[in-house]
Design a protein around this ligand. Structure first.
Ligand SMILES: [Zn+2]
Length: 317
């Protein structure tokens, strides 16, 4: 009897957790959260999320029908999360040690389960349908402890692990330069040199996005978009800010890839935005499950960006 009650309760909980994914109608002009993590470490602070709280964030997102998508796929309008779910992007700034740490155990090198990537990988193993994606805005030339996750001997192994396991590396300048303070050659040098250092470890990898240190733009935004310096050419398809709330849909005419807003993944801001989309479900991006189709409410058709990629067709509901 007790066992039956437990089983029934478990099923009810499972249904409750799955409910948002079942009931939300497609709305691909809704907004998308790009979450911004800094340290994964102890204790919980303004710029630090503990491994346990990070794990709880993932559980909450999953239960409320959010699924991971790579930032580059969002930029390309390639939304391949299941129907009825909402894409969410994870970003990690500053390559601090707790984001990605290797530990030696019994003579073997393994990912620290208490580091950000360890927590994320463990969760994905339990919930493979959550997706696998995150972008790491690393600092190849910073002083300790932010230089490429602070384990020199594993720096290359980590960057290679990221790009071969579905993650992305983004440009965050060489050592977190405030780009508003410098003239063009320094700005371009900071960006180009960061890419050169990344490519020493992953030779063919091209970072497609730049996260602005301190959220500060250079005097001319085009310096950050593309150019050549230090013997390297760079080109960015998006520039990320440090705040600004949920991003417009990549199909919306309000989508501005050079001014992409993010939500800082701290207790208050996360709770605010999760609550916001509960209260305003019509503003939430909900996938139709078909990467080739953009499903919109008919009356909102004029909010679509023009032109859309040619491979996409618009479906009105
Ligand atoms: Zn930063």
């Amino acid at each position: 009897m007790i066992r039956t009650v437990v089983a029934v309760v478990a099923v009810l909980f499972a249904l409750a957790a799955a409910a948002p994914a079942q009931t939300l109608a497609p709305n691909e002009l809704g907004r998308v959260m790009i979450l911004e993590y800094h340290k994964i470490d102890y204790p919980e602070e303004r710029w630090t999320r503990t491994p346990e709280n990070f794990r709880r964030d993932l559980e909450t997102l999953y239960a409320r029908g959010y699924r991971l998508i790579a930032l580059n796929d969002l930029l390309d309008g390639r939304i391949s999360v299941p129907a009825g779910t909402t894409p969410v992007v994870l970003t990690f700034d500053d390559s601090s040690p707790g984001q990605f740490r290797y530990v030696e155990r019994d003579g073997r090198v393994e990912i620290d389960p208490k580091s950000g990537i360890g927590v994320l990988e463990a969760f994905i193993r339990e919930r493979p349908d959550f997706g696998r994606a995150a972008t790491f805005y690393v600092l190849p030339g910073a002083s300790r402890p932010n230089k490429l996750f602070n384990q020199d001997e594993y720096a290359g192994k980590k960057l290679q692990y990221l790009v071969t396991n579905g993650y992305e590396i983004g440009n965050h300048t060489l050592w977190h330069a405030n780009l508003g303070k410098y003239e063009e050659p320094t700005v371009r040098g900071q960006i180009a040199e960061a890419q050169v250092w990344i490519q020493r470890h992953v030779p063919d990898y091209r970072p497609r996005t730049l996260a602005l240190p301190h959220g500060v733009y250079p005097k001319d935004v085009t310096w950050a978009v593309r150019g050549t310096a230090k013997g390297a050419s760079y080109q960015h398809d998006a520039i990320l800010m440090v705040a600004g709330g949920a991003a417009p849909s990549p199909f919306s005419r309000n989508f501005d890839a050079l001014h992409l807003p993010r939500i800082q993944a701290v207790e208050h801001d996360l709770a605010y935005w999760l609550g916001y989309f509960e209260k305003h479900p019509g503003e939430r991006f909900v996938s139709d499950g078909d990467p080739a189709a953009v499903t919109v409410q008919g009356v909102q058709r004029d909010r679509l960006r023009s032109p859309l990629p040619r491979s996409l067709r618009v479906v009105e509901r």
